[in-house]
Structures are given as C-alpha cells and as structure tokens.
Design a protein around this ligand. Sequence first.
Ligand code: FAD
Length: 411
Amino acid sequence: MGNHDNDRVVVIGAGVAGLTAAATAARAGRPVVLLEGHEAGGRARTDQRSGFSFNQGPHALYRGGPAWRTLRDLGLHLRGHRPPLRGMRGVRAGQVVPVGGRQVAAVVAKLTGARPSAWAGRSTREWVDSLGFGREAVETAEMMVRVATYVADLDRLPADLALRQGRQGLVHGVSYLDGGWGTLVEGLAGAATRAGATLRRHTEARSITGGPADWHVVTAEGETLHATAVVVAAGGPAAARKLLPVDPHWGELGAPVTAACLDLGLRGPGPKVVFGLDVPWYLSRHCPPGDLAPEGSALAHVLRYGARDARADRAELVDLARMAGVRDEHIVEDRFLAHMVVTHVLPSPERGLAGRPPVVVPGPGGLFVAGDWVGDRGWLADAAVASGRSAGLLAAEFRATLQGDDPVRVA
Ligand SMILES: Cc1cc2nc3c(=O)[nH]c(=O)nc-3n(C[C@H](O)[C@H](O)[C@H](O)COP(=O)(O)OP(=O)(O)OC[C@H]3O[C@@H](n4cnc5c(N)ncnc54)[C@H](O)[C@@H]3O)c2cc1C
C-alpha cells in the first residue's frame, strides 16, 4: 500500500450525508474516494418527468439550520421560495375548511414561547395536553407539529425536538429549492470534486475488512480500496450494520419515520396548501413560484404521514388532491411513492436526539457513520448534513495508530 492510500478517506454513499462528509474531508486536505451504488443524491434526488422536477416527495430546507449554514460554508448558494401559506386550508371531518387564524396564533405563541430544554425527556403529546386548548386548537397544534417534523405519533415524538423544529420553521421559515433538491446534490458533488474528491457512481461497497491502520473497502466488482478512515453514509442503521466489520453496540434504535407520497405535475395554476387537521395529510404547491414545472403548469406534493397499505394510502391521497381542487384533466404527470423513509430513527421521548448513535463507531478506530439517524444535532437533512460534516472532519483528522508492530485485525 502506498503513502497516498495510507492517507485516504473512503466514504460509502453519496446522499446528502456522504457528499457533505466527502467535501469536508477533501477540503481538509485528505485524498477522498466516495462510492455510490446508484446515482448521487439518495433521497435528495430530483427526477425529471415531462419538464417537471419531482423531488422524492415534498422537500423543504430549513432556513438558518445546520444544513443551511454548512452548505453556505461549502460555497452553495441555493435559491428557493417560501411555501404559499396565505389562505391555507385544512381538512376536518371530511371537509375542506379554513384554518382558524386565532388557533394558529395561539399555537404559534405557545411554540415560540416554550423552552425546548425544559421539555427534555417528555413527549410532544404531554406538551400539547399541557396547553389546555379546546379540540380545534389541539388539532391545529398537531397539524403544525406534523408539518414541522413529519411525525404523526405525538406520543413517540420527543417534545424538545418538536419545539425546536417548530420554532426553527416559524422564525426562519423553509425554502422550496428552485430546480429541486437535485441542485443541492449537484452543488455538494461539485464542492467535493473541486476539493479533489473522486466520486464513483454505480460502485457499491460490499464489505469493510482489514484493521485500524489499513481498512479495506471491497466493492461489488471485487476491487479493494485501502483507507485510513472510512465513513459509512449508506442510508440507515441496517445498511451501516451490514457494512461495519465490528458490532457498533447501538442497541435498540427507534423506528423509522415513514410517509406515502403522491407527486403531481399539473396543468394550470394548481392548488395551494391544504393540511389535514383531524387526519395526517399534507398537500402543498411547491411551484409556482420557482422553476420546478413548465410555464403555465404547477407542481404539488401530497403526502400521508405514516405509510400503511399502499392501495389505501394512494386512495386517500387522490381524495385529498380532489378535495383541494385537482381534477383528472389537470394531471400531466403523477408518481406515487408507497413507502418512503423520511428519517431512519425516531428516538424515544426519554432520550431525545441523544438517543441516536454517535458519529464515531466505538472500537478499533477510523470508522465513522453519518446520516439522518446519526448524532445529536438536527432533524432530517439537517441531521444528515451535521453528521456528515462531523464525520468528514473526524475522518480527516484521524491518523491510524499502529498497536506495536501488528495492527489489530477485526475481519
Ligand atoms: C418523503 C420525504 C420528505 C422529506 N422531506 C424533507 C424535508 O422537508 N426537509 C428535510 O430536511 N429533509 C427531508 N427529508 C429527509 C431527507 O431527504 C433525508 O434526511 C436525506 O436526504 C438523507 O440523506 P442521507 O445521505 O442520510 O441518506 P440517503 O439519501 O438515503 O443516501 C444514502 C446513499 O447511500 C447509497 N448507498 C447505500 N448503500 C451503499 C453501498 N453499499 N455502497 C455504495 N452506496 C450505497 C444509496 O444509494 C444512497 O445514495 C425527506 C425525506 C423523504 C423521504
């Protein structure tokens, strides 16, 4: 193995987390190889269909959050638009109804007034119950928490997480990115390659063997890449466990947060925003404004928080689109995604974000994980970017320490 290999950082997975890790480690001066089994982007990919740019379900970037700041530091200046919330409507008892301004104001006041750290260890249900609201205001609070977190089961959602996420959305707002999240992926890939990282698409990593001074990442083609440090950013904990050569001792992690999505490319102006009040539903027009759809067309994302039976979920989402005013003749393109993992781990209310695994894999040294289920900072893509950045920095700093003359071999 040459000196160059001895210095190398291999990153597995070119989603938002892996791309951030690769860009960070490369900018810190280390040779980086980034392996991606498919195309880059993972769940942040944007697919082109008849001139419509479909994200994988609705995606909004939290302005001013960890991802926003790190992307800026990496030189990305993303353009986007705020959601068309004026005139927002809701669904209650099977009817589309105006969302009460008084109720929204009451929830906003409570959300912005609460101290998240005071709610550590408790569930969001306990927080909502503590408000002493009537039924309609409770439903409004539940709706706003769902929209901010993608979690429908408030008994299992840490209250401090919901309060931080809700406040972040209310104070700084979110952005629907022009051109879709594919622009974010391209920007990150550009930042990584400009800093010297090599991105190898369609190259799946199969295993990690070797030892702390010299990890061997073996690809599906049987090639072996030597590395001092390896960052596994392959999606979720199951994918990471499969690749890691050691038991990371993470124990039981929380269940994934899932959703069913209907992505619609529409003729005409499209509906605006309709959120479920007594049902876990979401519909929002992501364009216009922005450039996700051809001139004179619109793009709307419809979602059910918590995926169940594909057929029943699809029928619900089609119903919601109709209730919002979408007619069959408006639909140019539609895509149903039956079971999407929005984020891989919902930690328990007792443990909160501290219940997610750390970036450093305990054990032999030089192994790191990153993704939206790792580390105690951020939620969704914010967690993917925050853990990707930490993993990239730690991997770049890591220098193997030989144990005597004989490096410890673990596989
Ligand atoms: C419907 C939906 C809505 C969402 N909305 C939002 C939102 O509004 N705001 C927000 O911040 N976040 C949102 N998210 C979450 C966000 O998309 C994810 O948190 C983020 O994209 C995860 O990035 P990641 O890099 O951790 O994982 P992934 O995107 O899953 O990337 C993992 C990558 O690793 C690759 N890979 C896996 N195994 C291997 C292997 N063995 N070898 C090589 N490559 C491998 C995969 O092909 C993939 O490209 C949403 C997600 C969904 C599904």
